[in-house]
Design a protein around this ligand. Structure first.
Ligand SMILES: [Zn+2]
Length: 173
């Protein structure tokens, strides 16, 4: 039987992305960043976390992507209808303090089942929630651009992906 995976393995041996792009975006399962950015396999690095935020770890990946793997342009892409807009640090901390079970959301708020014991460890984490997408993109691009490990000649662009229209909207920084 023919191994369908074989061509992909061959292509993956080249570690430098073909288009020299890195894209920092949200981990939301509904998003296919390669598709909405019009890229093919091997074109770009995709760094994903909750919200597509410029956390220390996201910056670690971006720095590796240029320093060792030669990317030359970076994109921060957040999106409309993001789950990170539905809670605050306080809400997350209270939910985790109540229990470690999966919480639920209704039209008004998040609710915890309260079954089992929770933990106060959530109080020590900045959950990097999002109040306003445009402000969030602007802050993240600014943080990346002004980071001491990021060279000034790498362009960093900010976008919001509109999940309804499928359009990418540039955010002026
Ligand atoms: Zn999201």
């Amino acid at each position: 039987m023919e191994d369908k995976n074989e061509p992909n393995i061959g292509r993956c041996t080249k570690k430098q992305p073909g288009r020299h792009f890195s894209i920092l975006t949200c981990m939301d399962a509904r998003l296919d960043p390669a598709k909405y950015a019009g890229l093919s396999e091997g074109d770009a690095h995709f760094i994903r976390n909750a919200g597509g935020k410029a956390s220390d770890d996201a910056i670690r990946s971006l720095v590796i992507s240029y320093k060792l793997l030669g990317t030359r342009e970076w994109f921060v892409i957040h999106h409309t209808n993001c789950g990170m807009e539905t809670f605050t640090d306080d809400i997350m901390r209270n939910l985790l303090g109540s229990s470690l079970k999966t919480a639920s959301i209704d039209a008004n708020d998040w609710h915890d089942s309260g079954q089992g014991s929770g933990s106060a460890e959530g109080n020590y984490i900045d959950w990097l929630t999002i109040k306003d997408q445009e402000t969030s993109v602007r802050e993240d691009v600014t943080r990346i651009k002004s980071h001491p490990l990021v060279p000034s000649d790498i362009p960093v662009y900010g976008y919001i992906y509109d999940v309804k229209s499928g359009k990418l909207i540039e955010v002026s920084i």
